[in-house]
Write a protein that binds this ligand. Structure first.
Ligand code: ADP
Ligand code: MG
Length: 248
């Protein structure tokens, strides 16, 4: 978290990325560069390729064409767990907690996956996890079963699990869906806190005011292609963006 690449060098560069499913092109020649520490919003109607793009960045999917350069290294061919260890973490659109485990145990699994816990004693691992849970406002829930969490607590745990890998880039895929207005504000405030810690954040969100409030820059996808890029105001005011959302 304290290491930053040389100024001017993007932390993430996606070059000409294309992903097909059979004959269907879900992501079509997308290029984007994200600077270290940026708060970056990714929007687009349902099915426009947002999650597929994120899957290609995190390594859940491999692109057919194009490159992903993270912190100066081409990670395009690395498996997901190696990208996690390089500092790319994501939360899933549909939370997948280990339901029979406590919140604490869920995070212990996550730090083990990221190899952060290796070389640490159980006590040290629990201390590391406890600090993350405090930061995410889940300190009081450490010993609750994840199946007993409320919707907003579950979303926070998803973000906490991603944070357990000590990422430099955090990708949040619709972590706010189904939450109330005040819960959205809570999750947004958490993301701002993480951003202030120096973490680069890609926020995918359908809740427009949340993306617009959070992001320094926004890209809009439609049918796998970038149709607009700019400040939140520029993208919201873009005629093609408005049309894409009306058509959806
Ligand atoms: P978004 O996240 O913007 O809603 P997705 O990236 O999930 O969009 O999906 C983009 C398109 O790719 C959709 O038409 C979707 O049906 C299709 N798609 C996504 N994943 C797969 C898959 N594993 N197999 C086939 N088609 C897929
Ligand atoms: Mg999606």
């Amino acid at each position: 978290m304290t290491h930053h690449p040389k100024s001017g060098q993007p932390i993430l560069r996606v070059d000409g990325l294309t992903k097909r499913f059979g004959g269907f092109t879900a992501v079509d020649d997308v290029s984007v560069a994200i600077r270290s520490g940026e708060r970056f919003g990714l929007i687009g109607p349902n099915g426009s390729g947002k999650t597929t793009l994120i899957n290609c960045i995190s390594g859940a999917l491999h692109s057919d064409i194009g490159r992903i350069v993270f912190n100066g290294e081409d990670v395009s061919r690395l498996p997901a767990y190696k990208r996690t260890r390089r500092g790319i973490a994501r939360s899933f659109q549909i939370p997948r907690p280990f339901k029979s485990m406590t919140v604490l145990e869920n995070l212990l699994v996550a730090i083990d996956f990221a190899a952060i816990g290796h070389g640490l004693s159980v006590r040290q691992q629990e201390a590391a996890v406890g600090a993350i849970l405090e930061k995410m406002g889940l300190g009081a829930k450490a010993h609750a079963l994840s199946s007993q969490l409320s919707q907003v607590e579950l979303r926070k745990m998803e973000l906490a699990r991603a944070m357990a890998a000590r990422p430099r880039l955090l990708i949040s895929d619709e972590a706010m869906a189904g939450l109330s207005g005040s819960e959205i504000d809570e999750v947004l405030a958490l993301l701002v806190t993480l951003s202030r810690d120096g973490i680069t954040i890609i926020l995918i969100e359908h809740i427009m005011h949340a993306v617009m409030q959070f992001s320094e820059r926004v890209v809009c996808l439609e049918a796998g292609r970038i149709i607009a890029e700019g400040t939140p105001a520029q993208v919201m005011g873009d005629a093609r963006v408005q049309e894409a959302y009306l058509g959806a």
